[in-house]
Design a protein around this ligand. Structure first.
Ligand code: AMP
Length: 574
């Protein structure tokens, strides 16, 4: 708490911070708060969502306002209604002990007269989306001519959504001597232009790296022929049984079509685009947040409102027209310290776009092969086995069990297991038997990871054990004493994973994992029939799918992980 006090924050705020359980300021807060409290300055801050930026501008704002006056003194513009509500909520929590301070949210899709009524009662802070704000100014329902502070939050997103004109018009109703604080995750030309046009010698603050997409995101592309796009999408979903994804299409029509097809094919999918009513969009978003929808098919504009932290995959069903848009898409995953994967389905003629994107995101894509039917069967089989292993038994089935035992009693354990998993295996096997390999190889970039010099392995640890592709790669490199690029194509599923190494490491790796235990649990590594692997007679007999619960990673690693979460403390669920 002393650390917050040292930033210059007053007692009212410190009490609220204490209630919220924040123990120390985040980097952006440390950099911004003292400056904003002591200097009357404009500011441009490059910071991603989840860095604590709302408090970075919220604390100084709350402390600087005159609560004895009911005049509107601060305007916060944000791109979406979700974000608008979240900011309002946070500000209310921060100003809990600041009696007399009123914050009102104004956004589209709700009663404008009700919002006008709230403002009329006297709101020192207004948090607004640009469209509704402009509308209310036009109707003289709001007066921002005396504001002292204007915050432009997620400026890049606002501009991407086409709000430049609205912002311009809104700012023309504000006084010249107000202070403007701009927050943006990236710094494209348009944001720099805003800073130049509307701000005076802004102080610049950067948290993390400038202009780069999230570092927790792995970028992959899959080359297929145009007519196989949908089939490839299905395979990517089938190869990731626990997928929780946003699938981006270019047009509203494609978005609707792809979602409908997925639903027809039995996936938990939903569409989100501008032709839906606000009510329909709310319902889809609610289902997505509750994970009833695993694949949310969306247009770029509609997806701007998606504030969900644990998206595992972004799938670019089609690449966007604007390369910058790719950064926004891939930024939907790998949020709040989690890792994510951004997959692109491309045709050969679009491959040059991949190169342009690489320049913008300053990261290389991994060239991947669309999983074959047999690989998917293998993944689904392991997934089923681990699901069975982890299933908690609901006592309500007890009365039915005697009759079930009766039917199955003549079978020995092996046959029973075989038959049980065959039910699921057959479903995928029969389906995929009919379809060919979809890959159109990008010969310029195919890594040997898919070739004969590479071996693919199965390992019985996954997300459940707190691994993501990055930490598993590090774990394997460290444990096996391998070099930086020796472990590749790491694909982490819920309770198991796959990875590749060159063949020269295979014997040593299998040997190493013959008896490898962590905290009493056997870590099982086998050669996978999955791509790039070679079938081997060396399958080991150690039982798979041992109890996951008693497995803990080395202390060293655990320390790393928890550090990650701590600094940020409680996170907004967006
Ligand atoms: P933001 O980047 O503003 O979206 O903040 C992300 C989340 O972090 C919000 O839920 C905040 O309540 C929380 N938060 C902000 N500052 C801190 C802090 N210093 N310590 C812990 N949590 C914080």
């Amino acid at each position: 708490m002393d650390t917050f006090k040292a930033l210059g924050l007053e007692e009212d705020l410190l009490l609220a911070i204490n209630d919220l359980g924040f123990t120390s300021p985040s980097e952006i807060q440390e950099k911004a708060i003292p400056q904003l409290l002591t200097t009357a300055t404009d500011m441009v801050a490059l910071a991603q969502t989840g860095t604590g930026k709302t408090a970075a501008f919220g604390f100084p704002l709350i402390q600087s306002l005159d609560i004895h006056s009911r005049t509107t003194q601060a305007l916060i513009l944000s791109p979406t209604r979700e974000l608008c509500l979240q900011i309002t909520n946070e500000i209310k929590l921060y100003s809990k002990y600041k009696k007399g301070l009123k914050t009102v949210a104004i956004y589209g899709g709700a009663s404008i007269t009700e919002q006008a009524k709230q403002i009329k009662k006297g709101a020192q802070i207004i948090v607004a989306t640009p469209g509704r704000m402009k509308d209310m100014i036009g109707r003289r329902m709001v007066d921002i001519s005396k504001i002292a502070y204007c915050v432009l939050d997620e400026a890049d997103e606002m501009l991407n959504m086409g709000f430049y004109e609205d912002i311009n018009s809104i700012l023309s109703h504000t006084p010249d001597d107000k202070l403007t604080w701009l927050f943006s995750a990236t710094m494209p030309k348009e944001v720099a232009t805003i800073a130049r046009e509307f701000m005076h010698k802004p102080l610049e603050i950067t948290v993390g790296t400038k202009n780069s997409g999230s570092t927790n995101v792995q970028h992959e592309y899959y080359t297929v022929s145009g007519r196989d796009r949908y089939m490839a999408l299905k395979r990517l979903a089938d190869a990731n049984p626990d997928i929780f994804s946003v699938v981006f299409c270019r047009t509203k029509r494609d978005t609707q079509k792809v979602a409908e097809k997925l639903i027809e094919d039995g996936y938990n999918a939903g569409a989100l685009h501008g032709d839906l009513s606000q009510n329909q969009r709310d319902l889809v978003m609610k289902a997505f947040r509750n994970k009833q929808i695993q694949m949310l098919v969306a247009t770029d504009v509609a997806a701007r409102g998606i504030d969900v932290d644990d998206v595992t995959h972004v799938i670019n069903y089609q690449l966007p027209d604007e390369i910058e848009t790719y950064t926004h898409r891939s930024g939907r995953t790998g949020r709040a310290g989690k890792s994510g994967v951004s997959m692109v389905i491309v045709t050969k003629s679009e491959l040059r776009k991949i190169k342009s994107i690489e320049k913008v995101i300053q990261k290389k894509f991994e060239v991947k092969q669309v999983p074959t039917g047999i690989e998917i069967c293998e993944i689904q089989l392991y997934h089923l086995a681990s699901k069975i292993n982890q299933t908690e038994i609901n006592e309500s089935i007890n009365p039915y069990l005697p009759a079930i035992y009766d039917v199955l009693q003549h079978m020995d354990k092996e046959t029973l297991i075989q038959k049980m998993v065959a039910v699921e295996f057959d479903r995928f096997f029969k389906y995929y038997q009919k379809y060919p390999d979809l890959n159109k190889v990008d010969t310029s970039r195919v890594a040997d990871s898919e070739g004969k010099n590479s071996t693919r392995y199965f390992i019985n640890v996954g997300e459940r054990d707190d691994f993501d592709w990055k930490s598993l790669k590090d774990f394997l490199k460290e444990t096996l004493d391998l070099g930086r690029d020796d472990v590749y194509n790491v694909d982490v599923k819920e309770s198991f994973s796959f990875f590749n190494t060159d063949n020269k490491h295979t014997d040593a790796i299998l040997e190493f994992f013959t008896d490898f235990k962590l905290q009493g649990r056997f870590i099982n590594v086998e050669i996978s029939s999955n791509k790039g692997g070679r079938r081997s007679g060396r399958r080991r007999s150690k039982p798979k799918f041992k109890d996951n619960n008693n497995y803990r990673r080395k202390d060293k690693r655990r320390g790393k992980k928890s550090d990650n979460g701590k600094g940020k403390g409680k996170r907004r669920n967006r």
